[in-house]
Design a binder for this molecule. Structure first.
Ligand SMILES: Cc1cc2nc3c(=O)[nH]c(=O)nc-3n(C[C@H](O)[C@H](O)[C@H](O)COP(=O)(O)O)c2cc1C
Length: 209
């Protein structure tokens, strides 16, 4: 092996390592769960969390329920104004900050730092094993960006609430967030706007199981 070939192999190995930090999620399970009327009856805000992590299957199911692709034309589980699909879901996990890529069903790692503590002002954000961060990409919108971003995020957040009700997970949507600090921590562009965050996790008693 000459020096050039060795260098190419080393570059390929490094590239593979970088991509290996992304999480290829298992196929989301699109059947089962609680009947809709029972999930609506159980939906509620809960502000206590176990630190127990969600499995990759649960993350896949949660993200698909939130804003996954549910039709061959690429449309999603939540509506969006003019189908602009401007809401991006970031997931803050202990292992870093990830961007949900619905098409490839992947969590793309954006940062290696744990930024969960910055996803809200209440102390439980440090404990919840994942916080979803709903970010609007204003580059995808022409007008009424603030209004549509808020409305479109509401649908996604409610999907998360119903999924959590069905799975007996705890969740709370958060508007009380230092968005400027979080935007800086996430290294977002000026046209990416944080709308709401939403921690998800098991109830505290799950830690003992
Ligand atoms: C846009 C929005 C922002 C919210 N922000 C917070 C928040 O920052 N902190 C919090 O503890 N709860 C927050 N909540 C949760 C509400 O307090 C909660 O939904 C309300 O008390 C009703 O309770 P329920 O969801 O169990 O019906 C927020 C809810 C919404 C819709």
């Amino acid at each position: 092996m000459n020096g050039k070939t060795g260098f190419i192999i080393m570059c390929m190995a490094l590239t593979a390592q970088v991509f290996a930090q992304d999480i290829k999620l298992p196929e989301p399970q699109k059947t089962g769960g609680m009947p809709l009327m029972e999930a609506l009856n159980a939906r509620q805000t809960q502000r206590t969390f176990s630190a127990k992590p969600l499995s990759e299957q649960q993350l896949a199911n949660l993200l698909w329920a939130a804003f996954g692709i549910n039709r061959p034309d690429g449309k999603r589980t939540a509506p969006s104004a003019r189908n602009m699909q401007e809401i991006q879901i970031y997931a803050a996990l202990p292992s870093g900050l990830y961007l949900y890529q619905a098409k490839s069903n992947t969590l793309e790692r954006i940062l290696a730092q744990d930024i969960r503590a910055q996803t809200g002002k209440q102390p439980f954000v440090k404990t919840a094993p994942v916080t979803l961060i709903f970010v609007s990409d204003y580059d995808r919108m022409k007008n009424q960006s603030e209004f549509y971003s808020a409305v479109d995020t509401g649908y996604i957040s409610q999907n998360v609430y119903l999924f959590c009700a069905s799975e007996k997970l705890h969740t709370v949507v958060l508007g009380s967030v230092d968005k400027e600090a979080l935007q800086a921590a996430m290294k977002l562009t000026p046209n990416q706007h944080i709308i709401l965050t939403q921690p998800v996790g098991y109830p505290p008693e799950a830690a003992a199981q």
